[in-house]
Design a protein around this ligand. Structure first.
Ligand SMILES: Cc1ncc(COP(=O)(O)O)c(C=O)c1O
Length: 453
């Protein structure tokens, strides 16, 4: 038996879902070439995809080209991008400064079996912006950056267990593929979550990974006080992507910092997305300094990238002297094309640019908040990022976010795509430095129309 309040919530989501097949039919009519391309993709890629993040029902939109905030799909539709390759293009597509940097580099060669001055310059430009970091190593993805951060932490502490938080996504490395999006029926007690495998093929979490609730300093303290002798790292997103692009409470990060200091544990911030939040990343915004930072996305200017950065005492474990060395290879680490694109991007991302991004991001969140006033929809996010979650619950941790009506979210996202706006199927969005106020207003207007049926 539903309560009156629950019936009200159910009723709110029902009309859009009732229009679901009409929304999908319109999408199919707008994207015949994508349908055909997706069929051909399924001949070579399992399920038609080579990248899970792009999964969208009933099929993805194939893109032919992009510039600024606009992408043109293979059917010739022009779409306004509000996700910029999963937040990685802070300056939008094909920014002139990035294109010029790449165009100057490509004729000189794209990769050498040798270091370059270019990678050193990129590193020098980045380091002062990463709180607590004096050394950096480039990788080719955020996943690799997290993997290396955990290897450094385990080598430094000579301990094995990593504490991660329920609902946090840290890439595709096995030791972080636990309780990323578990079903609520499987998660166990709030203060003692079950580590739920996110994928088949994992070797087991026992002794290697512990899962705790996000944003709960008391549960974290109780766990660490009991188990600190075996804990190498606390791995935390200082802005939680899958929990609504949500900034944690500062007390939670401060508790993690204090526990790491007290027990000799390495505090790892995963800033693969969060670095987009401010000139010195989320750590800078929150005023909490980690021991290690995993980076990716925007620092590569649109190319495959990752990096692990931190204090010399940990990162120097990769220097060539001494026993117990942390090895770290990678054919394309510090690739020169990535380095020039990344450097051009970071140069353009001045404190003033971040201030503008934050103002326009706030404008987007305020517009969306106005549209959902009184409805069972939550607006979260920070800086240039925003998310709509289809739940009546205020979002504080994964279990709140997981109450979302995913079908409503994906249909709303598809309806927006039919109107020419690209967000994720879970209604995450971001702006770039070239996004205009008019584009944000147009998105909010389309969203308002869809929400109001
Ligand atoms: C917080 C976070 N960490 C790590 C990763 C993994 O990065 P990559 O996709 O470059 O491997 C992502 C990717 O979305 C992420 O959002």
């Amino acid at each position: 038996m539903l309560t009156t309040q629950e019936r009200g919530v159910t009723d709110f989501y029902a009309p859009l879902k009732a229009r679901g097949s009409a929304i999908e039919q319109r999408y199919r009519a707008l994207t015949p070439r994508s349908i055909d391309a997706f069929r051909r993709a399924a001949d070579v890629f399992p399920g038609g995809y080579t990248r899970d993040a792009l999964i969208r029902d009933p099929h993805p939109t194939f893109i032919a080209s992009a510039g600024g905030t606009r992408m043109t799909d293979i059917d010739g539709r022009v779409l306004t991008d509000f996700w910029f390759n999963a937040t990685s293009l802070a300056l939008g597509h094909a920014h002139p400064a990035v294109v010029a940097a790449i165009a100057a580099q490509v004729p000189r060669g794209t990769a050498y079996y040798a270091p370059t001055e270019i990678e050193v310059e990129h590193a020098r430009a980045l380091l002062p912006r990463i709180p607590g970091a004096a050394r950096i190593r480039f990788t080719n993805s955020g996943s690799e950056a997290v993997m290396m951060a955990l290897r450094f932490a385990r080598a430094f502490t000579r301990r094995v267990e990593v504490v991660k938080f329920e609902g946090s996504y840290h890439g595709s490395y096995d030791d972080v593929s636990w309780s990323v999006s578990p079903k609520l029926a499987e998660v166990g007690a709030h203060d003692a979550p079950v580590a739920v495998a996110e994928t088949a093929g994992l070797a087991g979490a026992s002794g290697r990974v512990a899962v705790l609730p996000f944003n709960d300093p008391a549960v974290l303290r109780a766990y660490v006080e009991q188990h600190h002798a075996s804990i190498a790292a606390i791995l935390v997103e200082p802005m939680a992507n899958r929990i609504g692009l949500l900034m944690p409470e500062r007390a939670f990060l401060a508790e993690a910092r204090a526990l790491c200091d007290r027990f000799g544990i390495v505090l790892v911030f995963d800033e693969v997305i969060a670095f987009r939040v401010g000139y010195r990343g989320a750590a800078g915004e929150m005023g909490v300094t980690p021991d290690l930072t995993a980076l990716g996305k925007i620092i590569g200017g649109g190319f495959a990238v990752g990096a692990v950065a931190g204090g010399a005492e940990i990162l120097e474990l990769s220097a060539l002297h001494g026993g117990g060395r942390v090895t770290h290879a990678g054919t394309f680490n510090g690739n020169p094309v990535m380095s020039v694109a990344g450097r051009a991007t970071m140069e353009a991302l001045t404190p003033e640019t971040f201030a503008r991004l934050a103002t326009l991001g706030e404008h987007a969140r305020a517009g969306l908040a106005k549209a959902v006033h009184g409805l069972p929809l939550q607006i979260t996010g920070a800086g240039s990022l925003f998310k709509v979650t289809a739940t009546a619950k205020r979002i504080h941790d994964y279990r709140d976010a997981a109450t979302a009506d995913k079908r409503w979210e994906s249909l709303c996202s598809l309806a927006l795509l039919n109107e020419g706006f690209v967000l994720t199927p879970t209604l995450s969005g971001c702006i770039s430095a070239v996004t205009t106020r008019d584009e944000v207003d147009a998105l909010v207007a389309a969203f308002t129309r869809i929400v109001n049926g």
